[in-house]
Write a protein that binds this ligand. Structure first.
Ligand SMILES: Nc1ncnc2c1ncn2[C@@H]1O[C@H](COP(=O)(O)OP(=O)(O)O)[C@@H](O)[C@H]1O
Ligand SMILES: [Mg+2]
Length: 273
C-alpha cells in the first residue's frame, strides 16, 4: 500500500487581535531551531503587515522590499522576487511582508477564496524552490485581515501564542469558538492546535490547566518572561545563537522542550520514522 503524506508541514503563529504576545520572536527563532533539528530548509512567511516586521529583521532581512502581499495581490508574479535567504542561518528563507499595508488589501477586491489560492500557491512554490519541508507563517494581530483565515486554513499546526495572564483562557475560548472549532466542524479540517503561554512570571495563577481544553491534538507550553529575550529581540539578535545564562537559560530550557515536541509533530505529519 502506498501511504500519501504531505511533503511540507505548515506551522502558523496566531494570537487573535492581541499584539505583542511573542509570535514574531518565537517564529523567527523556531525557524532556526526547527531547521537545525530536522536538518531541512525552512521558509518563514512574515505577514507582519503594518507592524515592525520583527521576524524578518531577526533573520537579518531588511523587509523594505516586495513580499508576500505583493505576490498575493498579483503585483509580483515571480516567487523568486519575494524570497530571500537569511544571512544569519542559510538554511532559513524568508518572505517579508512586502510594500503594501492592510488597507491596500481592503481596497483591492481580493476574496477569501483568491487569497487562499494565492497563499497556497506561494507556500507550495517556495517550498519547491527552497526544498523546505517546513513553512512557518507569522500572522499579524488581527482576525479580519484578508490573510488570517486563508493562512489558518492552509495550516497543519496552529500555535496560539498568548500572554501568560489570568484571562488567557477567556481569549482562548473566544478564538476556539469563533475560529478553531468552525475550521474543524464546518471545514472538516483537523489541525494540531498548540497553546503557547508566553511571558510567565513567578506568582501568577496557574492557567495551564484551563488552557489545556483549547489545545486540540496538541500541547500547552509555558515560556518564562526573560529580560534577555526582550533585549536580544530588541537588538534583532536570534536567541538560539547565544549562550544561555540566567533568565535566558530558563527560557531556552522551555523553548527547547517546545521545539522537541514541535519536531515530533512535524515528523509525524511528514511520515518520518
Ligand atoms: N518570553 C519573553 N520574555 C520577555 N520578553 C519577551 C518574551 N517573548 C517576547 N518578548 C518581547 O515581547 C515583545 C513583543 O514580541 P513580538 O515577538 O514582536 O510579539 P508579536 O509578534 O506577537 O507582536 C518584544 O519586545 C519581545 O522581545
Ligand atoms: Mg509580530
Amino acid at each position: 500500500m502506498v501511504m500519501l503524506v504531505p511533503r511540507l508541514a505548515t506551522i502558523t503563529y496566531f494570537s487573535g487581535r492581541k499584539g505583542g504576545t511573542g509570535k514574531s520572536t518565537l517564529a523567527a527563532n523556531q525557524a532556526i531551531a526547527l531547521s537545525m533539528a530536522l536538518k531541512t530548509n525552512v521558509v518563514l512567511m512574515d505577514f507582519g503587515i503594518d507592524s515592525t516586521q520583527t521576524s524578518s529583521r531577526l533573520l537579518g532581512i531588511n523587509p523594505d522590499r516586495p513580499g508576500a502581499l505583493d505576490f498575493m495581490l498579483g503585483l509580483v508574479k515571480d516567487v523568486n522576487q519575494v524570497l530571500v535567504r537569511s544571512n544569519v542561518v542559510p538554511s532559513v528563507f524568508v518572505i517579508p511582508p512586502g510594500s503594501l499595508k492592510s488597507w491596500d488589501l481592503w481596497g483591492s477586491s481580493i476574496s477569501v477564496n483568491q487569497a487562499f489560492n494565492a497563499l497556497r500557491n506561494l507556500i507550495i512554490t517556495t517550498s519547491r524552490i527552497t526544498n523546505a519541508q517546513v513553512a512557518l507563517i507569522d500572522l499579524p494581530a488581527s482576525i479580519d485581515d484578508v490573510v488570517v483565515i486563508p493562512a489558518l486554513i492552509n495550516t497543519n499546526i496552529i500555535n496560539l501564542v498568548m500572554d501568560y495572564a489570568n484571562y488567557a483562557d477567556i481569549v482562548l475560548a473566544e478564538l476556539d469558538n469563533s475560529i478553531v472549532r468552525p475550521m474543524m466542524d464546518k471545514l472538516k479540517l483537523n489541525p494540531i492546535v498548540n497553546v503557547i503561554l508566553n511571558k510567565w512570571l513567578p506568582g501568577l495563577d496557574a492557567v495551564e490547566a484551563k488552557a489545556r481544553a483549547f489545545a486540540h491534538n496538541g500541547e500547552v507550553f509555558v515560556l518564562p518572561t526573560s529580560p534577555i529575550v526582550q533585549y536580544l529581540t530588541s537588538t534583532l539578535k536570534p536567541i538560539v545563537l547565544y549562550e544561555p545564562k540566567g533568565s535566558l537559560e530558563r527560557f531556552v530550557k522551555e523553548f527547547n522542550r517546545m521545539n522537541n515536541e514541535l519536531t515530533k509533530q512535524v515528523k509525524a505529519l511528514l511520515g518520518f520514522q
